[in-house]
Design a protein around this ligand. Structure first.
Ligand code: PRT
Ligand code: ZN
Length: 210
């Protein structure tokens, strides 16, 4: 029997809930903080702890068979993987936001404007669909400070409570994508009986919760 590998976030917003759902499936493993890999003692499974950005490609390339990651990261990396199950946590919306004092009223006004983001692929697709040509500035983090510093006219980022936007003098302007954590699988593991067993256990945990 082949030992499956599942990739989950090592630390960050999805780590705790990812570990929790696997434990609730009856899987027994050490949640090592210092190690990158943990062996499940009562199921043929190994857990890889990775940066979330790397998870879709690891699953696409078959280095991991399964993964738990935000839909936003899957779309952004354009990874070719199977979506097996939405997991109901890590919910957020990717939004364009502008300065609260800006007079920008409609999408057309973003033509020619600079938008800072860590998600250029998702933003570009949205703007293309709307026929808007903006100057997309890709930065790796803290995009919310851009408009205040004069680096960009708008931002495109993940929003959950909206608190970060507000404290940086920004207001939501357009919703682009909803996201939550999903279980993804490599394209070639669809018929694997252990994957089917794990998926069934995950679904019963989810339905017991709702
Ligand atoms: O280290 P690693 O690369 O693994 O983690 P990371 O820092 O890239 O990601 P992390 O842990 O911050 O987020 C992991 C995933 O959680 C994201 O890809 C989303 O799918 C999901 N998620 C859910 C969020 C949020 N909610 C969220 N609020 N990811 C980030 N945020 C940030 C957002 O970027 C912004 O800075 O929180 C801030 C806004 O929050 P509010 O509540 O003030 O609106
Ligand atoms: Zn990341």
């Amino acid at each position: 029997m082949k030992t499956l590998k599942i990739a989950i976030q090592k630390s960050g917003r999805l780590n705790e809930k990812s570990v929790e759902i696997l434990k609730n499936c009856g899987l027994s493993f050490e949640n090592y903080k210092s190690s990158l890999i943990s062996t499940v003692t009562n199921f043929p499974l190994e857990i890889l702890f990775l940066r979330d950005d790397d998870i879709p490609e690891y699953v696409q390339d078959g280095i991991a068979d399964l993964g738990i990651v935000g839909e936003n990261v899957i779309v952004e990396t354009k990874a070719e993987v199977d979506y097996l199950q939405k997991l109901g946590f890590g919910k957020c919306t990717l939004k364009i936001a502008v300065q609260a004092t800006s007079g920008i009223q409609n999408l057309e006004e973003l033509n020619g404007k600079a938008i800072a983001t860590s998600y250029p692929v998702i933003l570009e697709k949205f703007l293309q669909e709307k026929g808007i040509k903006s100057d997309i500035r890709t930065i790796s983090g803290s995009v919310e400070i851009g408009p205040g510093l004069g680096l960009s006219d708008a931002i495109f980022d993940i929003v959950s409570t909206g608190g970060t936007l507000k404290s940086n003098g920004l207001k939501p302007f357009a919703d682009v994508m909803q996201s939550e954590a999903v279980l993804i699988g490599n394209k070639s593991i669809a018929d694997n009986p252990e994957v089917a067993e794990l998926l069934q256990r995950i679904r019963s945990v989810l339905s017991a919760k709702s």
